[in-house]
Write a protein that binds this ligand. Structure first.
Ligand code: GUN
Ligand code: FE
Length: 452
């Protein structure tokens, strides 16, 4: 699906593929053949030695095959399961306070500026371009409470070719910034309008997501109505949960009759198999069991958890509970808009947990690679369409070259694909991501400029 109408043609690539499967966190296919149909879906995957047979079966000329270079590989595009698009405007700054002060001091004043669509257009164009450049083929965005600016974010993601879930933020409680909140009725009506107008555009890759900010920003009535709305229309849901000790304490005081923070969302119909909750640092095993039962997922945002001194999520424990989990940058609580940073911080966090408790089983780089790709697709309930290289899924992929001139990685001649992947994850950056594909469309380097 190409929004410019210029249909992509059928293509066949030959070279190394690395992706996550159920059985193997980082499976390497050397000298593979991968066919992409004109509709952007993976048509076949085979071995180089089958070239002759496959070229007949799928009607392509062996001479048209695009050969990857020696130190190149394809991996699935990365899935950022939690990012605040407006906060990109101050990413890399303002990390000197705990969550609730940080929201009141920095976040709400900045977000209130997105009533201005010119400002929104500028920042949203930057964040979509930057994340695509960093290899984020799918992003699950919070926008702000402003419906028209949120619609603009959907438009920009569509134009630039990023797969996106976009949420108009809902909040009817806020005592710090005067105009940065809604009445219950405004929040519901504007959410309905946002969803209707976004769906009307029929963007191929952009979907709405019901977005109560978090329990502290929403009345019980608003939470319940949003839960009902999502349920009636089978919509995605996103919010925050159990990020910071102070936050958890206040939620318990506000809802003394609920068993837990998770139970508050559950009682408001907000835990479904299309729900993704950010953070979850302080969830009990009972709460994780409720995630597992409802099919709701977690977004692990390690940079943010460290930068705001929020906490350390024990991902091993989450995985042992068989709860779906992806990684998120949580810009701007997390200062980096790169999923490679999220991969590194997830590994760091796991290693710190091992320092604290030697019994803790540290995550491997392969496991974190799976979380950044397949795990994210599962967390957003998009795993039937994306997440790895399976026939019939959309071709969302990064062409990685670890030996780009002037790049950050040095190789030793005999380095094997697993070592090359490990070096890319730990040392690589956007210079090594030489091409980005979303649903078969090459979006980096981009052929067009976004002009208004
Ligand atoms: N909890 C409620 N809103 C936010 C936000 O914008 N960022 C983070 N990290 N946590 C939140
Ligand atoms: Fe967040």
């Amino acid at each position: 699906a190409n929004p410019d109408g210029a249909a992509e043609t059928k293509r066949v690539f030959r070279g190394t593929l690395i992706h996550a499967t159920r059985e193997e966190a980082a499976k390497v296919l050397e000298d593979a053949l991968l066919g992409v149909d004109a509709d952007g879906k993976i048509a076949f995957i085979g071995e180089g030695k089958e070239l002759h047979r496959l070229s007949k079966e799928f009607a392509f000329s062996p001479s048209s095959v695009i050969q990857l270079e020696k130190h190149e590989f394809f991996m699935p595009g990365m899935v950022d399961t939690h990012i605040h698009a407006p906060q990109y405007s101050y990413a890399g700054t303002a990390l000197d306070m705990p969550l609730l002060d940080w929201l009141n001091t920095y976040t709400f004043p900045v977000e209130s500026r997105f009533k201005d669509q010119n400002f929104a257009r500028e920042v949203y164009t930057q964040v979509v371009k930057r994340t695509l450049r960093n290899g984020t083929t799918t992003a699950c965005y919070f926008a702000t409470i402003h419906t028209d600016s949120s619609l603009l974010l959907g438009h920009i993601a569509d134009k630039l070719g990023q797969r996106a879930l976009v949420g108009k933020v809902c909040m009817d409680r806020n005592n710090s910034v005067k105009h940065y909140k809604e009445t219950i009725q405004e929040s519901l009506e504007e959410t309905r309008r946002f969803i209707a107008e976004l769906l009307e555009k029929k963007y191929a890759l952009v979907k709405p997501v019901v977005t109560p900010r978090f329990v502290l920003s929403c009345s019980s009535t608003l939470l319940g109505q949003l839960g009902q709305l999502a349920k009636n229309n089978n919509l995605h849901i996103q919010s925050h949960i159990s990020e910071n000790v102070e936050e958890v304490k206040i939620v318990k005081e506000m809802f003394p009759d609920s068993d837990s923070y998770t139970d508050v969302y559950h009682k408001h119909n907000l835990l479904t198999n299309k729900t993704v909750m950010a953070h979850g640092c302080y969830l009990s095993d009972e709460e994780l069991a409720l995630f597992r039962e409802t099919g709701a997922s977690l977004s692990h945002c390690p940079n943010s958890n460290i930068s705001l001194c929020s906490g350390l999520l024990n991902v091993r424990n989450v995985l042992n509970h068989k709860v779906k989990l992806g990684l998120g940058t949580d810009v701007a609580g997390g200062y980096s808009a790169s999923m490679l940073d999220a991969v590194r911080r997830a590994l760091d966090t796991s290693k710190i947990l091992t320092v604290q408790d030697p019994e803790h089983v540290t995550l491997t780089f392969e496991e974190v690679f799976r979380l950044a790709t397949l795990g994210g697709s599962q967390a957003l309930s998009l795993d039937s369409q994306i997440g790895n290289f399976e026939v019939g899924k959309d071709f969302d992929a990064l062409r990685v070259n670890v030996t780009v001139p002037g790049g950050p990685i040095d190789l030793i001649e005999h380095d094997k694909p697993k070592i090359i992947l490990e070096k890319f994850l730990n040392l690589g950056d956007d210079r090594n991501i030489v091409e980005v594909y979303v649903a078969g469309r090459k979006v980096v380097p981009s052929s067009e400029k976004l002009l208004y």
